[in-house]
Design a protein around this ligand. Sequence first.
Ligand SMILES: Nc1ncnc2c1ncn2[C@@H]1O[C@H](COP(=O)(O)OP(=O)(O)OP(=O)(O)O)[C@@H](O)[C@H]1O
Ligand SMILES: [Mg+2]
Length: 390
Amino acid sequence: MSDTTRIYLTGTCEGFDKLREALAQSPGIEIVGSSEHPSAGSAVLQGGHLDCVLHATSASTLPAHEIATIRDHTRVPLLLIASGEASSLLEDALGADVSDVLLLPALTENVVFAIRKATRAPRRTAAGVARKEGRIITVFSPKGGTGKTVIATNLAAVLSKAGDRRTLLLDLDLQFGDAAIMLGIEPEKTIFDFVNAPGELDPDKLAGYTTKHKSGLDILPAPLRPEDAELVTEAKLGRLIEVARATYDAIIVDTSPFFHGPMLATLDRTDELLLVCSLDVPTLKNVRLALGTLEMLSFPPARIRVVLNRANSKVGMKQREVEAALEVKVNYEVPSDRAVPLSVNKGAPAVLSDPGSDFARSIEAMAKAMFPKEEAKRAARLRPSFARAG
Ligand SMILES: Nc1ncnc2c1ncn2[C@@H]1O[C@H](COP(=O)(O)OP(=O)(O)OP(=O)(O)O)[C@@H](O)[C@H]1O
Ligand SMILES: [Mg+2]
């Protein structure tokens, strides 16, 4: 992960323009964007993968409305910047959801220090306990039928198989999700029931709504009825992902081919985006457009991994042509394999039902590339017993 701190600036006050210029020159700080009113920056606030928001105010009281607007879009640390008389603001800010208040004029170094401090502090739960941070791996393609669900289900099954990683498969193809059926599971409870459950959404509650698969993974399936999809709001989804992150090592998110609100809320929290493409011209066109949208949303390119599904198909197009068209490298290749439709129809992921298949091996390799350190750790744990055996 890079050491650059990605910040977004909103609001205005005396000296804020000067501070912006100084921050733009500061190493380790990247200004992802700015807008005078927070609502004008909603897309970047949601999808920009920010580390921190600086909101400037010239009012002497707490800008509660602006803070609420920012909080509708993102949960990252928020620093208030003010100029002039601000004693009442400082008092009010004590009880507000802001990390710090900085009064201008201030030394740029002090502002950078405050940003670093706010973003480096370990995230804490409401109870004040530092929590574990699971990795959010989102499987997306702007085209239907490219293999998102097949890849998401098999990757989740591989990650949980050895019992080392607590893995959640989250089906965010909210209208027509079929992750559960591909795993042969008939769910009783879904994401719809979880987000609509009364009371606080916390890890204990999440455990009551997931279904365990025999591979060890937990699944939170899509709503049973398409019309229930819209009740899974961005705010609730954001909270769900935060809760899941505190409980699981890996959260694999299956998606639909759209950049809708829930997808933007997910992107904001995504550590790795598996962008699935295939060897056909319309899919390539849409993947190219999706890369443009991701750039517009300021999604960090370093978090994008291109997966070429059915990479070995003889359809008059080669991987290097895909790379030339997309201007990005293919990170993972997944072969076309009869084992896949066979396993889908059996409701058993190929990595379990046919682990020797080319498809299963490609998913194993993908998992290993994603979690290399853990693989090394596991190997180290096994080594002494091999030595004794030998
Ligand atoms: N590598 C592969 N080899 C053979 N068949 C494949 C492969 N990948 C996907 N398929 C087949 O393509 C079909 C569509 O795959 P999948 O449902 O995963 O796509 P999707 O992107 O999730 O589609 P949707 O957008 O409709 O959710 C599956 O039924 C599967 O059998
Ligand atoms: Mg699907």
